[in-house]
Design a protein around this ligand. Structure first.
Ligand code: GLP
Length: 240
């Protein structure tokens, strides 16, 4: 695992966007997995800008969504699906056939998970995963204490995740479960970039990358990834 510290959020976002753009230039059918949330928003915006100015063809790529809030409708602006369509898929004019997202309203969540695992297997793995980190150390919805050997699964969310998650929604929203790619997918991805910015992430970043690897701190598994990178701004790096 390698840690790269950037001056501020914009520089961090540009560098992460360059990773995606350079990958697609080299491999036009790249398989890319993204987290939604506040952290990757700037990255999405830079990808769109660079794709337009550099005329990058995304039409053969595949995009996999890392996670989703179970029971939240796709037209809810707080859903991960909404985020991806608004910030990435519509601006890049991507076709639905390229997009693989969990269906938050599926009645059989286990089946949703197996479908996603099959997508990853059929595409021969994920080339690049860009993930964020929750203040309790989760990646996607891999909450503290979870088995790191899981593929996709649904999970009851921790209280802090339900509370912090309210920031994505316009009104108070009941959040109970999440559906997510498990850490086995992360460890098998050819490259992973964990991004974090701001003072509020400095404590969890220190625990995740400077302390021991433990299931209680899911993001600490990044330390074991052979092609894992942690991209952070100076504020998130302030306790290192
Ligand atoms: C959320 C999501 C994660 C996301 C993380 C950090 O709960 N499940 O996929 O990476 O928390 O979010 P943010 O980037 O908004 O801080």
């Amino acid at each position: 695992m390698e840690v790269k510290v950037f001056k501020d959020y914009d520089e961090l976002s540009q560098q992460a966007a360059d990773e995606v753009i350079n990958l697609v230039k080299q491999k036009n059918d790249a398989v890319i997995c993204f987290a939604s949330g506040n952290t990757p928003l700037g990255t999405c915006q830079w990808i769109v800008k660079k794709a337009m100015t550099e005329k990058i063809d995304f039409s053969k790529c595949s995009f996999i969504g890392l996670d989703e809030w179970v029971g939240i409708s796709p037209d809810n602006s707080g859903s991960c699906r909404f985020f991806f369509y608004e910030n990435l898929f519509k601006p890049l004019q991507m076709a639905d056939a390229q997009i693989f997202l969990f269906d938050a309203l599926a009645t059989d969540l286990n089946n949703e998970c197996r479908k996603m695992d099959n997508v990853v297997a059929e595409k021969r793995g994920i080339d690049l995963m860009i993930v964020g980190i929750g203040i309790n150390g989760h990646i996607g919805f891999n909450e503290p204490g979870v088995d790191p050997n899981l593929l996709s699964y649904a999970i009851d969310l921790h209280e802090s995740t339900k509370a912090v998650g309210q920031k994505y929604f316009t009104g108070a929203t009941e959040l109970a479960q999440g559906i997510t790619l498990g850490l086995d997918h992360l460890m098998n991805s050819k490259k992973v970039i964990l991004m974090a910015n701001g003072k509020s992430k400095s404590e969890v970043i220190k625990k995740a990358i400077k302390e021991s690897v433990t299931e209680e701190m899911p993001a600490s598994i990044m330390q074991k990834h052979k092609n894992g990178f942690v991209f952070i701004d100076e504020e998130a790096a302030s306790l290192l």
